[in-house]
Design a protein around this ligand. Structure first.
Ligand code: ZN
Length: 460
């Protein structure tokens, strides 16, 4: 009775918050959990194929989008949380929303993108059938402190995995791979790219380049970006586990297929996402699909049809100018976006960098100093810069320190004004990259929608 009331009032709260335009994704979860603290446990237990939790610093949203697409392509009914609703209240609201007053979620399984700090609780309550971990980078230090704290959240989450549950882990991230040590059911994915030379980054992000078992510096046979690669500890011989799914060829662009080795058998799949980091996201998604018995043919077909979500590096044409947008939230992610921009052969590229410091963006913007603009600028061709958002001045200062001529930087705090200014000062046919933080992305999206430019974007 209490459970029924919780589901019912939770859903009413969802309506009310949507009607009043607050769009809050946490209110329904809050209301339902107040009435019945067991509501998430009960809802999860009604899913015939259970719950999958997907976590990690970068790539959660993209991986979840690709994975849910592939699972659906095989005929499964997948419940999937929307971007940003990845704390316990958001996860609860996702299952409530899928319940439609029938007191049980209408779907075969729930694929839930989960914030690292929420992992212990989410896992304890849902007893997931699978946990996917993408990578660990320093992210929003003001929220969780040290990287080891984040890793421990996820480790505690793994303790509540269902009895026959699987871990899907990125073998090429030492901290992630170590989570699988001594676990009976681990599916590893990774890359062996002999031809791929690591970007000339040299950026010093003090992430995990040390052995997670004995803390000695790791030796890398190949290092693709940051601490992602093929490593071994010279002290205790902890090494990159042999991946079950291996990326063996990647050409860099968004239209080249990925060549993959699955336990000795090679195949190619279509790929529409730029950047090696996205190839890793696709690998994680394929791993999950394989675990759920999706066939290689269904995977290939699903990837052919997949279109990236709004703000995840997709282009739109605005007044005959090609505009790309990519969310940025930490140094490693930003460096990857810069590398992708570098690969674009256009002769001149304009940049609109929008930095906000709301809670969802991370309130400490000092991470901008860890982004390697210096190396990137060496090979950056002509183009103008716009710095925008609440922290527009910080962004402009960072660019100046990196060597950008102050005269080529325009500072306009309001993103919509900056975008208008950009459109009047760039020529038809030119390409512009927009790199917003999370709340800035929402602002830009709202503005473009109001102007009628976002018809071509898919809902994120
Ligand atoms: Zn070691």
């Amino acid at each position: 009775m209490r459970f029924a009331l919780a589901v019912w009032l939770g859903r009413v709260a969802g309506w009310v918050s949507r009607l009043t335009g607050r769009g809050g994704s946490s209110l329904p979860g809050l209301v339902a959990r107040r009435i019945d603290p067991q509501v998430f446990i009960r809802l999860s237990s009604h899913l015939p194929q259970g719950v999958i939790l997907l976590t990690g610093t970068n790539g959660k949203t993209t991986t979840a989008a690709v994975a849910s697409h592939l699972l659906r392509a095989s005929g499964l009914k997948v419940i999937h949380n929307r971007t940003g609703a990845n704390l316990i209240l958001g996860l609860t609201a996702t299952l409530l929303q899928a319940s439609r007053f029938r007191l049980m979620p209408q779907g075969d399984l729930a694929l839930l993108e989960t914030d690292e700090a929420t992992m212990p609780k989410a896992s304890q309550e849902s007893r997931p059938r699978a946990i996917v971990v993408t990578n660990f980078f320093r992210d929003q230090l003001d929220r969780y402190g040290e990287l080891s704290t984040t890793v421990n959240f996820v480790r505690r989450g793994i303790e509540s995995l269902a009895d026959q549950g699987w871990l899907i882990l990125n073998a090429d991230d030492p901290q992630v791979a170590y989570l699988g040590e001594n676990h009976p059911r681990v599916f590893y994915y990774g890359a062996d790219l002999s031809a791929y030379a690591s970007s000339p980054g040299g950026y010093d992000v003090a992430d995990a380049r040390f052995c997670p078992r004995c803390a000695s510096p790791l030796h890398y046979r190949r290092q693709y970006y940051a601490h992602i690669g093929d490593y071994e500890c010279p002290q205790c011989h902890f090494r990159r586990p042999v991946p079950d799914l291996l990326l063996v060829d990647w050409q860099g662009g968004a239209s080249y297929p990925l060549r993959i080795d699955f336990r000795g058998e090679q195949f190619a799949v279509p790929n529409r996402l730029p950047g090696l980091y996205n190839a890793y996201n696709v690998m994680a998604a394929i791993s999950l699909a394989l675990l759920y018995d999706v066939t290689l043919a269904e995977i290939s077909e699903g990837l052919e049809e997949f279109r990236p979500a709004f703000g995840r590096m997709e282009a739109v044409s605005i007044q005959d100018r090609l505009v790309w947008m990519a969310l940025v939230k930490n140094p490693v992610g930003f460096n990857q976006v810069l590398e992708t921009i570098q690969q674009d052969p256009h002769p001149d590229k304009n940049m609109l960098l929008i930095i906000n410091d709301h809670y969802a963006d991370g309130q400490d913007v000092s991470w901008l100093w860890d982004v390697d603009f210096e190396t990137w600028l060496k090979s950056h061709p002509a183009g103008k810069f716009w710095a925008s958002g609440i922290r527009a001045q910080d962004m402009a200062l960072r660019l100046q320190y990196a060597g950008v001529d102050p005269d080529s930087i325009t500072v306009i705090e309001k993103p919509s004004d900056a975008l208008d200014d950009l459109l009047t000062k760039t020529a038809v046919g030119q390409v512009t990259y927009i790199t917003p933080t999370y709340t800035a992305l929402l602002e830009v999206r709202q503005y473009l929608t109001a102007k009628g430019y976002t018809k071509h974007f898919r809902e994120g």
